[in-house]
Every structure is written in C-alpha cells, then in structure tokens.
Design a protein around this ligand. Structure first.
Ligand SMILES: CC(C)(COP(=O)(O)OP(=O)(O)OC[C@H]1O[C@@H](n2cnc3c(N)ncnc32)[C@H](O)[C@@H]1OP(=O)(O)O)[C@@H](O)C(=O)NCCC(=O)NCCS
Length: 387
C-alpha cells in the first residue's frame, strides 16, 4: 500500500512541573496553543488521539470527548492510547497512519498527565502498573528498581561508571536551563549527582526523571490537504517505526539493550530511506540516565558499550556532533507520562522551525524522537525534516 506524505504543521505545550489544573485542562491549553500558532480553527480537525496513562488516578477515563468538547468540536472522534511511557509516541504513530492511509486529512494528537496530586509513594505504585505487575511491581520492583537492574547489567558488561551516568544528568540539566517550559531548572555537577540520595542503587535522585504534570499537542496534516488549502508544510515526517518487546525484564536474554527500540528505529529508518548518520539531533527516552546510554547504543549513534565515553567527551552536548535531548529530556524537562512522546515531537518542531531560542542547534535539518514504554515493552521512533 502506498502511503501519503504527512506533515507536522504545529505544536504546543504547557510548562512541565507541578500544576493545580486537571489533565483535561492541561490538554486543552496545549491543544489551543497548537491551533492558535497557525491560526487554525478547531473545526478543521477531523480526528484526534489522546495519550494518557494514569487518568484513572484523577478518576477520569474517556478523556477524548471531554477534550474535544472543550475545543468546541464534540462530534470529532478522539480515542485514548495507553502504552505506558510511550503513550505519546504511540498516539502520534496512530495519527500518522490514519493520515498516511487517507482516512483523515487533519488530526490533533494531545498527550496529557496529571500526577502531582499523588504522593511519591502512591505515584511509584501507580507506575508499577505499567510493568509486568504480577512478576515485577507486586514483588516490590519499582521503575527505578528495574532501570537500576539494567544499569548494573550495563556496568558489569561495559564497565560503565556512576560518574559517566552522572554526566548524562549534568548535560540534560544544562539543556533544561535553556528551556523555560522545563520542570527542573537547576544547573548540577557530577558531584551533586553522586551525592544525591540513592533511589535504587546505582541510581540516585539526579539520575532519575521527576514526577511531572503537563501536556503537549501537535497537529498533523496530509500534504495534499495543505497544498489545496494554501498552508505551509512546515515539517515532513520521513519515517515512523513502532515495535513491541517483552514487558518484563526476566524474559530477556540481555538487559543492556531494549530490543523494541532497535526494531522501531529500523522500521523508521527503512521507511525514511536514511541512516542514523543523517540525524542532526535526537530527543531520546532518558527516564533514568542509564536509559539515555542504552538508547544511544540501540539507535546506533555509537557502538555497543561506547555511549558513556561519547557523553564524557561532550559529543552529546548542544554543540557536540550528536546533540541528544536539547530540550533537557525527561531528566530535566520532565516526564508527564502521556505527554512525554508528544513533547519530544514539540521539541523537534521548535528546533526544525528555528524557534528553540538559546538551545537552538544551528543548521539542524533532520531530527528524531525515541519514546520507550516502561522498560521496553514498546517503543516508537519518528524521523522528521524541515520542508
Ligand atoms: C527521585 C524521586 C524518588 C524523588 O522524589 P521525592 O524524594 O519524593 O522528591 P520530592 O518530590 O519531595 O521533591 C523534593 C525536591 O527534589 C526535587 N526533585 C524531585 N525529583 C527530582 C529528580 N528526579 N531530579 C532532580 N530533582 C528532583 C524537587 O524538585 C524538590 O525540590 P525543591 O525542594 O527545591 O522543590 C522521584 O522523583 C522519582 O521516583 N522519580 C522517578 C519517577 C519514575 O519512576 N518515573 C517513571 C520512569 S519509567
């Protein structure tokens, strides 16, 4: 089946952090920002996907009709996509497929999460529902604990050190300082990371993303529709990939890699007819510092076991040869679960339209997003270019 060309035409986002608003209201703010940015009336939207993982903690499911009603378009179909931390990337992928297949011409994708009404202990418990709960969460394994297990495996296999992990956090906090919408605005040192409280050995507080509220929204359209309506294409979506993987760590042969990331990126690059060498920057899933190291190796930015050195050499900084997480990533920008994957696309939009301010990567033409569900039960990868 031949797919139609799909463009990313607008993006909007709330600030990430602690909010008194509901997930629904955060979603409306992000969606309105995306619509207003291109002076698009809500009635031009033909369908929507909502990324949300923990709405039930607010006692609110079925968010789609509420968000569409809030936009004044209650007749428009909107379904919620839940894929743990990759809900956003998965919802984006569904909208891409719907437009590429010719079902719709214009779609809205909104990711939202509200979690700050829960204590750290309760939120940690809720999040374990995204693991293999019977074998992991119910036995006491939290997400920090599961990623700590992966970190230990990586340290044993490749001699990765805690100092090298800390450098990922230092770099992402540095980038987050340049992002006014980031959750954590704090410049930190390797020493700060090493001395922060242990969450699950070897991961410490500054190795971890925070619990964030927030929402992000993007608008996709077929290039046919844009031509017919005299609108700019802005950004083209060159490749989309999505893959599944074992939902539990104990089912895997190797804990130093996430197979769904490898498969999703392979699909995205095949569809785009590009290779990782063509990518100018990436927003990758750094829920913990070790996750960024593993992502760099799975996506092929560096050889296996070489990511930590690349970070140490400054190669992933904004002025390095492979800038990673210019937004500050999940680590500093924050991780409002449902919004995260869409927020990554928002950053790509800002970079490729040269609206990223102080964190602008000069001359960036091709950007990618990488969004992982839980410890890798699913992943989504997308590749974009400026038109
Ligand atoms: C690291 C963690 C345990 C800290 O929780 P906590 O000790 O209850 O921290 P609090 O929310 O009380 O915040 C205390 C301070 O630390 C800061 N803080 C919280 N989490 C932080 C983090 N991850 N990194 C840096 N600073 C953090 C807060 O901003 C706050 O600062 P302030 O006092 O200046 O306002 C918690 O953020 C966590 O579990 N993160 C991982 C979330 C997760 O598993 N997500 C799913 C990934 S798959």
């Amino acid at each position: 089946m031949s797919l139609r060309k799909v463009a990313l035409i607008s993006a909007g986002s709330t600030s990430y952090g602690k909010s008194l608003l509901t997930g629904r209201d955060l979603a409306l703010l992000a969606a309105k920002e995306a619509l207003e940015r291109i002076e698009m009336m809500p009635y031009e939207i033909q369908g929507a996907f909502i990324a949300n993982a923990f709405g039930l903690s607010e006692r609110q499911g079925h968010l789609g009709p509420l968000i569409m009603s809030g936009l004044g378009i209650p007749d428009i179909p909107a379904s919620t996509i839940e894929a743990a931390c990759s809900s956003g990337g998965s919802a984006f992928r569904e909208a891409y497929i719907n437009i590429a297949a010719g079902v719709y011409d214009v779609m809205l994708v909104v990711g939202t999460e509200k979690i700050s009404h829960l204590s750290t202990e309760v939120a940690t418990t809720y999040f374990t529902f995204g693991s293999d709960y019977l074998f992991e969460g119910a036995c006491g394994a939290s997400f920090p604990g599961l990623y700590a297990t992966m970190a230990i495996a990586h340290m044993q296999k490749y001699e990765t050190t805690q100092e090298q992990l800390a450098q990922v956090a230092v770099k992402n906090h540095e980038n987050g300082m340049k992002n006014e919408k980031a959750h954590l605005h704090k410049r930190i040192s390797v020493e700060d990371v090493l001395q922060s409280s242990i969450v699950a050995y070897p991961l410490k507080m500054y190795d971890s993303c925070p619990f964030s509220d927030g929402a992000a929204a993007v608008i996709l359209a077929s290039e046919d529709y844009l031509k017919k309506n005299g609108r700019d294409e802005s950004i083209s979506i060159l490749g989309s990939g999505r893959a599944g993987g074992y939902g539990s760590l104990h089912s895997r042969d190797d804990m130093t890699s996430i197979r769904s990331s490898i498969l999703a990126s392979r699909e995205a690059f095949n569809r785009a007819n590009l290779s990782i060498k063509d990518v100018d920057f990436a927003e990758v899933h750094d829920c913990f510092t070790i996750a960024e190291i593993i992502a760099m190796e799975d996506l092929g930015f560096v050889e296996r076991g070489k990511a930590a050195q690349a970070v140490e050499q400054g190669r992933t900084r904004l002025d390095g040869d492979i800038p990673i997480n210019p937004s500050g990533g999940l680590k500093s920008k924050g991780h409002p679960i449902g919004a995260t994957g869409i927020g990554q696309v928002v950053e790509v939009f800002e970079q490729l339209t040269e609206n990223a301010g102080e964190r602008q990567i000069k001359g960036a033409k091709i950007g990618m997003t990488h969004n992982v569900g839980a410890t890798g039960g699913s992943s989504a990868v997308h590749i974009f270019t400026r038109s």
